[in-house]
Design a protein around this ligand. Structure first.
Ligand code: IDP
Ligand code: MG
Length: 153
């Protein structure tokens, strides 16, 4: 099983879309194993978006991510990193494929509803950035037999 980080961005909270977006991952069959609400800081965003630090839009991105609290979620499933990233769609929501979360709820390259980890390696790094081991909940998923076949992994 893979685990991946999803951040529901400040606009998602302010626009009242938290439930709808979480519902999409639930309905797909992904398992929610950790979740919390947090006001992000410049320090954590400098690290989280280090790959964009030299971009002209970086100050706006950082301000946008601090405009209100975010919802941090860890979703678990087979190939969860790729599955969740594909559900989010292209970074620029105006280029996102219809049916993806970004296409269905946004129109911006910056204000694009969700962050999703882009690789298994980065998912592990990002989850460690926002969660401690005690944040993860262990519980059984009685419907798993209806979500996966016995030989799937
Ligand atoms: P991703 O969120 O699809 O992984 P990244 O390239 O990692 O895309 O960029 C992180 C975030 O930075 C995006 O989700 C978006 O909010 C913002 N961003 C990326 N490119 C642009 C841009 O060209 N203009 C404005 N904001 C951008
Ligand atoms: Mg990214």
């Amino acid at each position: 099983m893979e685990r991946t980080l999803v951040i529901l961005k400040p606009g998602t909270l302010q626009r009242g879309l938290v439930g709808e977006v979480i519902s999409r991952f639930e309905k797909r069959g992904l398992k929610l194993v950790a979740m919390k609400m947090k006001q992000l800081t410049p320090e954590i965003l400098d690290v989280h978006y280090a790959h964009l630090k030299n971009k002209p839009f970086f100050p706006w991105l950082r301000d946008g991510m601090m405009a209100a609290p975010v919802i941090l979620c860890c979703w678990e499933g087979f190939e969860a990193v790729r599955v969740v990233r594909e559900m989010a769609g292209a970074t620029n929501a105006r280029n996102a494929a219809p049916g993806t979360i970004r296409a269905d709820y946004s129109l911006s390259a910056q204000e694009n509803v969700v962050h999703t980890s882009d690789s298994v390696e980065n998912a592990a790094i990002e989850l460690d950035r926002f969660f401690v081991p005690e944040d993860y909940c262990e519980y059984s998923s009685p419907l798993n037999q209806y979500i996966y076949a016995p030989d799937e992994k």
